[in-house]
Design a binder for this molecule. Structure first.
Ligand SMILES: [Zn+2]
Length: 93
């Protein structure tokens, strides 16, 4: 991963049955697919693959939120992480 070439990066956490693992999603400038890097908390697979980034609107705690959806390449378990709005927007009340 070359930080100077990134045009998108999202770091977050995923969990399965109380086990939490880090996930990094990033894309390099000039690329159409995103890189997914995470250890699957369900099966322990070290995922490192490229794919399109899928997002979906969900209602969480009564609010409409957008989440990114991806799967473990080995066991197929689905994970989602919340797409956070820029902090300058959420700090306005
Ligand atoms: Zn897995």
């Amino acid at each position: 991963m070359d930080v100077d070439k990134l045009n998108f990066i999202k770091k977050s956490f995923i969990d399965f049955n109380g086990k939490t693992e880090k996930v990094i999603i990033y894309r390099n400038r000039g690329e159409t697919d995103f890189h997914f890097e995470f250890k699957c908390p369900k099966c322990g697979e070290n995922n490192d693959f490229t794919s399109e980034l899928k997002s979906e609107k969900r209602k969480i705690e009564g609010k409409n939120k957008e989440v990114y959806i991806f799967n473990c390449a080995k066991c197929g378990n689905t994970y989602s992480i919340e797409r956070l709005k820029p902090s300058r927007v959420s700090s306005k009340k």
